[in-house]
Design a protein around this ligand. Structure first.
Ligand code: HEM
Length: 169
C-alpha cells in the first residue's frame, strides 16, 4: 500500500512538472528586452543557409531549368544552328550532362562524368555573341522557374568561370 502511494506521488510529480523542463523554442530565442536584467537579449542566430542545390529545387528543379534552357537554345536563331543536327538521344545526353554539372557545382549529390569544357567546345569557335545569347537563355529559364536573384547570381558566377574554356577555341 505504502509502495503504491510512493510510486503514485513520483509519477504525479513528473507529470505536473517536478523535473527541469526545456522552454518552448520561441521562448528560447525570441530576443528582446529583459526587464529584470535591464538589457537586451539576443535573438536566435539566423537559420543556416540552404545550399544552392537546395535553393534550385534539387535534382527536379535543376532538370526543369535545364529543360527550359535547352528549349530556349533550340528556339534561338542566334545559337540554334549549333544544335540542329543533334539527334534526340544526343540532346537527351546533353541535358543529362548539364543537369549533373549544375547539380555537382551547386553542392548536390551528383557527379558530372561528361567531357571537360575545354575538350567539349574546342574546334567550335564559340563567339562572345553566342556566349551572351546562351547566358540570356539561361537567365530566362531561371526566371521562368522563379529562382531568386542571389541564387541566380551564384549559379551564373559558377558557370561564368567556365567561359575561358568555352569561348574562342
Ligand atoms: C555556361 C555555358 C556552357 C556550359 C555549362 C556548357 C556545357 C556543355 C556540356 C556539359 C556539354 C556536353 C559535354 C559532353 O557531352 O560530354 C556541352 C556540349 C555542347 N555545347 Fe556547351 N556549354 C556551354 C556553352 C555553350 C555555348 C555558348 C555553345 C555554343 C553556342 C555551346 C555549344 C555546345 C554544343 C554544340 C555541344 C555538343 C557537343 C557535342 O555533343 O559534340 N555550349 N556543353
Amino acid at each position: 500500500m505504502r509502495i503504491r502511494w510512493v510510486v503514485g506521488a513520483v509519477l504525479a510529480a513528473a507529470v505536473i512538472g517536478g523535473g527541469p523542463e526545456t522552454p518552448p523554442v520561441e521562448a528560447q530565442c525570441a530576443g528582446g528586452y529583459d526587464v529584470k536584467a535591464g538589457s537586451n537579449f539576443a535573438p536566435c542566430p539566423p537559420a543556416p543557409k540552404l545550399s544552392l542545390y537546395k535553393r534550385l529545387g534539387g535534382r527536379e528543379g535543376i532538370a526543369g531549368v535545364v529543360d527550359d534552357f535547352v528549349a530556349n537554345m533550340v528556339a534561338d536563331p542566334r545559337v540554334n544552328g549549333r544544335f540542329k543536327s543533334m539527334p534526340p538521344p544526343a540532346v537527351f545526353k546533353l541535358k543529362s550532362n548539364l543537369s549533373d554539372q549544375i547539380c555537382e557545382a551547386s553542392g548536390g549529390p551528383c557527379s558530372y562524368v561528361g567531357r571537360d569544357m575545354r575538350a567539349t567546345h574546342t574546334g567550335m569557335q564559340v563567339t562572345e555573341a553566342e556566349w551572351s545569347a546562351t547566358v540570356e537563355n539561361l537567365v530566362k529559364a531561371l526566371d521562368k522557374r522563379k529562382v531568386d536573384a542571389p541564387s541566380k547570381q551564384e549559379l551564373l558566377g559558377m558557370l561564368g568561370s567556365m567561359k575561358r574554356d568555352i569561348v574562342g577555341h
